[in-house]
Design a protein around this ligand. Structure first.
Ligand code: ASP
Length: 434
């Protein structure tokens, strides 16, 4: 992801969040000025939403290839040593499930979507989509391989991605055993395609300030500030949920590893501040690794499993946010998500967080899939864009904290001893000579 990781900015070196803040200020002024023409020029003011509609359309289009390629790439390239594999998967899964549980719990208790009122956006709404477990099961297998990509059907996409992922990983293992290396060509193609999608994503993300300007100016001109009250509720609820997730990590690290919460927080300071300021867990990865090895004192093997492997698909903060956003919008439009629907939100949030690249705003892209899987109108994501620049930073910090927690738990209950590197070397040489 190295090459594509370099963000593309329309306005030179100005960071994206500064651009979004400027867009917000300009939008408030424009919205207030246009407010007095709302009754006479409504049609014209509505056109301000066009940049946002285009950005959302592009994000929706990119979401499916991004998830498919990210899952295939992870299956193809991730090296997990034998026994650690199962423990790692268990830790990653339980952390993510806990994050989604906390997110849904806080959203259900605080109901931030009821804090303000918002009229439905223009565009199609499909919230009456009823889901029963049987039709869900029947719907898991696509009629053709490419159909999920075409329909943006996330459940079917997951099935296709998993099937191909497991198959090519198995084929790779057979080829390695036989001393063949044809799998490398596929690996290169997958890496290249994934980087290309991320690169295009950067271009779309660079347009977000225009989208924010248009949608906020239009909303203020036509409806005033009322719609933003609910957003304040969402920000508070997400911050609270992320805080609870951080507490969960600290407790788990305390009981499941030799690292104390204090050591954990001290060792991660650089990584946390970098995650918050860059909104990218991929960019932060080297600091996460360094903090774990140099400051906390973990074994390199555990640090690399959590920080390097985990950062590919361990995005608990993103999973938590996506599930909360779905519930928030359902509350906002007064639609009760049934139990099967909440189950789908959990399932798709897991994969949406796996598919979210460690770059700014990636969660926004995959969120379109979570929304469409339960029939929520993706048009509402437009309104979330206004606060996403801030929430992205917060959830990225939690993503990084999650990678660090997994590393500590992988390191176990005993710190490494001074003799350990020599021991490991000796075991390795012995293994080679046998
Ligand atoms: N920015 C996040 C990260 O880099 C991903 C997201 O948008 O949720 O981890």
């Amino acid at each position: 992801m190295s090459e594509s990781g370099q963000g593309f900015r329309l306005f030179g070196r100005t960071p994206l969040y500064v651009q979004i803040l400027i867009a917000l200020v300009l939008a408030v002024i424009t919205g207030l000025l246009l407010g007095s023409y709302a009754s006479t020029h409504e049609e014209l003011i509505n056109q301000l939403a066009i940049p946002c509609e285009l950005v959302l359309k592009a994000l929706r289009a990119l979401a499916t290839p991004l998830i498919l390629l990210a899952v295939l790439h992870a299956f193809m390239t991730t090296e997990i040593p034998g026994r650690s594999g199962r423990k790692l998967v268990w830790l990653l899964l339980t952390n993510t499930l806990m994050a989604i549980f906390i997110g849904l719990l806080v959203a259900n208790l605080l109901k931030p979507g009821t804090w303000g009122q918002m009229a439905p956006p223009s565009g199609a709404m499909d919230t009456n989509k009823t889901l029963d477990p049987w039709s869900l099961l029947r719907d898991t297998i696509p009629e053709s391989i490419l159909k999920p990509l075409n329909d943006n059907n996330v459940i079917q996409l997951i099935v296709v991605a998993l099937a191909f992922g497991i198959a090519i990983r198995g084929l790779k293992a057979i080829q390695i055993e036989q001393g063949r290396s044809q799998y490398r060509a596929i690996e290169d193609v997958l890496t290249m395609l994934l980087e290309a999608v991320i690169r295009i994503l950067h271009w779309v993300i660079a347009l977000i300030p225009f989208a924010v300007f248009g949608i906020v100016a239009r909303t203020i001109a036509l409806k005033g500030f009322e719609p933003f009250k609910a957003l304040g509720g969402l920000v508070i609820a997400v911050l609270l949920a992320l805080f609870l997730q951080a507490c969960f990590y600290l407790t788990r690290v305390h009981f499941g590893s030799w690292v104390s919460p204090r050591q954990f927080l001290r060792g991660g300071t650089d990584a946390f501040t970098t995650a918050f300021s860059t909104a990218s867990s991929t960019v932060t990865m080297p600091l996460t690794f360094e903090g774990l090895v140099e400051k906390v004192g973990l074994r390199e093997s555990s640090a690399s499993l959590g920080a390097l492997v985990g950062s590919n698909f361990n995005n608990d903060g993103t999973a938590l946010y996506e599930a909360m956003a779905a519930l928030f919008v359902s509350q906002l439009i007064g639609v009760q998500l049934s139990l099967p629907q909440q189950f789908i939100v959990v399932l798709t949030s897991i994969f949406a967080s796996v598919g979210a690249a460690g770059i700014p705003e990636a969660g926004l892209v995959t969120m379109t899939l979570v929304f469409s899987s339960v029939g929520l109108p993706t048009e509402y994501i437009a309104i979330l864009i206004t606060v996403d620049w801030f929430l992205d930073r917060c959830r990225t910090t939690i993503n990084v904290m999650g990678d660090m927690a997994v590393s500590c738990l992988m390191d176990g209950k005993h710190p490494k001893t001074a003799a350990e590197p020599f021991l490991q070397e000796a075991i390795a040489t012995e293994g080679e000579s046998m």
